[in-house]
Write a protein that binds this ligand. Structure first.
Ligand code: SF4
Length: 289
């Protein structure tokens, strides 16, 4: 049961603290997808909400953006700590409003979602020169997906990815978070290779407050993996990720997929040859090598 209310904010654009700069934009506070591993749930303590993460949503009202050119050349990430296409976007249309206000800007738009509602806004998105839309897909198994989040099915995410790709917009399959022993990254890449420009890979990080919930889930549903999870998340060993990194880079090489560990400049990939970008905690892994 969600608690949804409207709030007034001064500005919708937040300067990003990331080294790459740019802006992050979250038209909502909270996220009704309620992913069990949500890295953004730390936000709750800044929201004044006492309810559990995933059960509240504040819908932002902001003063209209008067000069979209202010953001020319900047990267604007929509949905860093919410999903701008959560189910309430259908009713409130805040992400659509944002895209309308940014029309004419030469900003690079990047959208992170677990929904297919973004298809509604293809008309607006096509008018920007640089747009990237990424869908988080860490499984092809709908049961595991439903255990982990309340967003739309994997089938709907993949269908949306295909339509966006075919509409000429850069599409990303974000395999995140990779659950050791559960996520089959290669099977996902095989599935999306013809309609993803990029595949991003990110490991499951259990430093957050959700660690207990995930460990309990593994004990209950995947008892055979308890030892592996304890090695990774209690003993902080990185062999699993190093081995997986090697496996995926060899797999990419054997299939002719470009493979790297850094952000790539904006561009489309050759059809059937998605570029694979590995964002495993690479600094740590490389230092340990
Ligand atoms: S979609 Fe993203 S922000 Fe929303 S609950 Fe899931 S991980 Fe958190």
């Amino acid at each position: 049961m969600e608690i949804v209310k409207e709030i007034d904010v001064r500005s919708i654009m937040t300067k990003s603290s990331l080294p790459v700069g740019g802006y992050s934009v979250n038209p909502y506070v909270g996220c009704t997808h309620a992913c069990k591993y949500c890295y953004a749930s730390f936000m709750k303590r800044f929201t004044g909400h006492l309810e559990p993460w995933g059960t509240f949503l504040d819908v932002k009202n902001w003063k209209p953006i008067v000069d979209p050119h202010k953001y020319d050349g900047q990267r604007i990430v929509i949905g860093s700590v919410t999903d701008g296409y959560n189910e309430f976007e259908e009713e409130f249309g805040r992400t659509r409003r944002l895209l309308e206000e940014l029309q004419g800007s030469e900003a690079e738009i990047m959208i992170c979602t677990k929904s297919d509602l973004v298809l509604r806004d293809l008309d607006l998105l096509k008018r920007f020169r640089k747009v990237t839309i990424s869908w988080s897909v860490n499984t092809l198994d709908e049961t595991f997906r439903a255990d982990m989040d309340r967003a739309v099915s994997i089938a709907r995410r993949l269908e949306a990815m295909k339509q966006v790709y075919n509409a000429g917009i850069r599409a990303v399959c974000f395999i995140s978070p990779i659950f050791p022993g559960i996520t089959d990254a290669k099977a996902i890449i095989e599935r999306v290779k013809d309609y993803a420009d990029l595949v991003w890979l990110e490991n499951l990080n259990l430093r957050g407050q959700f660690k207990t919930g995930i460990m309990d889930y593994i004990r209950e549903k995947h008892p055979n993996l308890v030892g592996l999870y304890e090695t990774i998340y209690n003993e902080n060993r990185t062999e699993y990720w190093r081995t997986l990194e090697t496996e995926i880079s060899e797999y990419a090489r054997s299939h002719g997929y470009p493979y790297c560990v850094n952000d790539l400049p904006y561009g489309r990939s050759e059809k059937g040859k998605p570029a694979i970008v590995n964002y495993f905690y690479h600094e740590k892994i490389r230092l340990n090598k």
